[in-house]
Design a protein around this ligand. Structure first.
Ligand code: ATP
Ligand code: MG
Length: 572
């Protein structure tokens, strides 16, 4: 599927006409002006391989890779693989596939924090020798207790003043596996009274006798995120280390490590994470949705994951456009899901071929149309794109139309098919409903119509008008298909902000997936391939699901045609 996505993001994430730069670009331009990094811009995207990427990550990816493109710089792909217990190769592989699908290329710069475990170990020894790190025997609970609070200073561990020799010997023993998990840690020796809790002797290493997905059983001590991250940035020559706001208080620590070691110092810059209404994005919660079978997997089209978005039919360019439109901010906020859908529609409107498909079929018999006759009509593939051409659509005596396009007893404002009413069949003829056939329960099972042969192509020579044009498929030529209709996974606008004692899983929408097994689609779709996107005329955008086989087409509804974002903006 990814192979169809050859279009590359342009360097212009911001358009040249916009006079104001965001604060990140302002800072980069300032650095370029004063020559802080010799005009270099080098960013990185640093996921932890402990889950699949989501739309929030897409924002970080587009920002990091986008800035590199804009400023003629580079962006690295780097896994922050410092916690062997939660990390897996499956996640690594899927993260890489997702970044590539979004349209970005790290060239030969794929790195892992674990590439630097030896160097980090050497630097830890250097800190010990400088008297700036020590082995602590306090338990995790004691360390927490000694750390103090926002209003109270911490207090020194009784092990804080060990000699350099003792620390070196103990640290080596830690590395050699002489101690059980959790029995000791290596800590930086900074300031237990610092107003910034991150500087109160943070832990650098913990003992974990766990197999790592890359280094195997080489290590039984693992660096903490803070210790690994900045030094990895430094080693890679990163200039701008962009992260989310919760790391703002970590910046003094980030800089303390680098200054103390006297190595290349990148600029850490924090921005607000992307939050979406109707969406939960924390990996911990997404894992729960998958493990407890609330969804069919990480790439379930209801998931906010990049793989879910791909399967749902969201084009990567639309995700990039959306993310760019949300901008970068210094304070957290939540973006309307409808805004994302707006960008999806904008893209699909330009790019997706139109086809006729009937999701909930109602049989129409054209009583005066010759039995066995078949005509073909030329249908426009994409009115937005003349180069997309036309295709032939067969027409015959028995058709399917949408159940919603017929009413036996219509209210005033209903202009579609009804007894005695005439409508236009898209590309074909006017038809008039003469009578209906019902089953024993009184449900309409067939609508009998007559057609006017003089209206071929869609206009009446006598100038009479019809108020509606409806879509249809020829029953004899239709391909029966499965269509999966999606709604929000939650019944509340903000599943992240819930009443006391409630969990997000208490608000799962039982109707988030509706499977229609007898949709009828036009025959040109017979050979559609997984990942192809279409507009089903008058209904919405649909994408071929990878569950499709040679004998069964399966479609996902990507998004309906209705634009709720316009409404939100008008009312807002
Ligand atoms: P989560 O909180 O969803 O588990 P995370 O921050 O733990 O995500 P990482 O794998 O550490 O996930 O994230 C990789 C990068 O993506 C980090 O730089 C992180 O700041 C960024 N990122 C994660 N979530 C978002 C988001 N919602 N918006 C923007 N950037 C994000
Ligand atoms: Mg994280």
């Amino acid at each position: 599927m990814a192979e169809t996505e050859l279009e590359k993001p342009s360097a212009a994430g911001t358009d040249a006409s916009s006079p104001r730069l965001d604060f990140i670009r302002e800072l980069i331009e300032e650095h370029n002006r004063i020559g802080r990094f010799g005009q270099r811009v080098h960013t990185r995207f640093p996921p932890e391989p402990n889950g699949y990427l989501h739309l929030g990550h897409a924002k970080s990816i587009c920002l990091n890779f986008g800035l590199a493109l804009e400023y003629g710089g580079k962006a690295n792909m780097r896994f922050d693989d410092t916690n062997p217990v939660k990390e897996e190769q499956e996640y690594v592989d899927n993260i890489l596939a997702d970044v590539r699908w979004l349209g970005f290329d790290w060239e030969d710069r794929l790195f892992y924090a674990s590439d630097y475990f030896d160097q980090l170990y050497q630097w830890a020894i250097q800190l010990i020798k400088m008297g700036k790190a020590y082995v602590d025997d306090l338990t995790a609970d004691q360390i927490r207790e000694y750390r103090g609070t926002l209003t109270q200073p911490g207090k020194d561990s009784p092990f804080r003043n060990r000699s350099v020799e003792e620390n070196l010997a103990l640290f080596e023993q830690m590395k050699n596996g002489d101690f059980p998990d959790g029995s000791r840690v290596l800590r930086a020796r900074i300031d237990m009274a610092s107003p910034n809790i991150n500087l109160r002797d943070p832990v650098l290493y913990r003992i974990l006798h766990a197999e790592h997905h890359r280094t195997g059983d080489k290590w039984c001590i693992y660096p903490m995120y803070d210790w690994a991250h900045g030094q990895s940035d430094s080693l890679e020559g990163i200039t701008h280390s962009i992260c989310t706001l919760e790391f703002e208080d970590h910046r003094p620590l980030y800089e303390w490590f680098i200054d103390t070691l006297g190595i290349h110092k990148p600029q850490q810059i924090e921005f607000a994470r992307l939050n979406l209404t109707r969406t939960v994005m924390s990996k911990r919660k997404l894992i729960k949705l998958v493990q407890d079978n609330y969804v069919r997997g990480w790439d379930d089209p209801r998931m906010p994951t990049i793989s879910g978005a791909r399967r749902r039919g969201y084009p990567p360019a639309a995700i990039r456009e959306f993310v760019s439109a949300t901008g970068v901010a210094k304070s957290n906020g939540t973006v309307e899901y409808a805004m994302l859908e707006y960008y999806i529609r904008q893209d699909l409107n330009k790019t997706s071929p139109r086809v006729m498909a009937v999701i909930k079929p109602l049989k129409v018999v054209i009583t005066n149309y010759p039995e066995g006759q078949v005509e073909e009509f030329d249908a426009v593939n994409n009115p937005e794109d003349p180069s997309a051409g036309t295709r032939k659509v067969p027409f015959s005596k028995v058709l399917y139309i949408e159940q919603d396009d017929f009413m036996e007893n219509p209210p005033n404002k209903f202009f579609r098919l009804a007894p005695g009413r005439e409508v236009r069949l898209r590309y074909a003829y006017f038809i008039k409903c003469e009578n209906v056939v019902k089953d024993a329960d009184g449900n309409v099972t067939e609508v009998h119509c007559t057609y006017d042969p003089t209206t071929r192509g869609g206009d009446a020579p006598d100038g009479r008008k019809v108020k509606a044009t409806i879509h249809w498929v020829s029953a004899a030529h239709a391909v029966q298909s499965e269509v999966r209709l999606y709604e929000s996974l939650y019944t509340v606008e903000n599943p992240n902000d819930l009443p006391e004692g409630k969990e997000f899983t208490d608000f799962i929408n039982p109707n988030s997936l509706q499977v229609v097994s007898n949709a009828q689609v036009e025959p040109s779709l017979k050979t559609a391939q997984a990942g192809q996107r279409f507009q089903f005329e008058r209904l919405g955008y649909y994408c071929v699901d990878p569950d499709t086989t040679t004998s069964q087409l399966v479609f996902n509804r990507t998004v309906t045609l209705k634009d709720e974002w316009a409404k939100v903006q008008k009312n807002g």
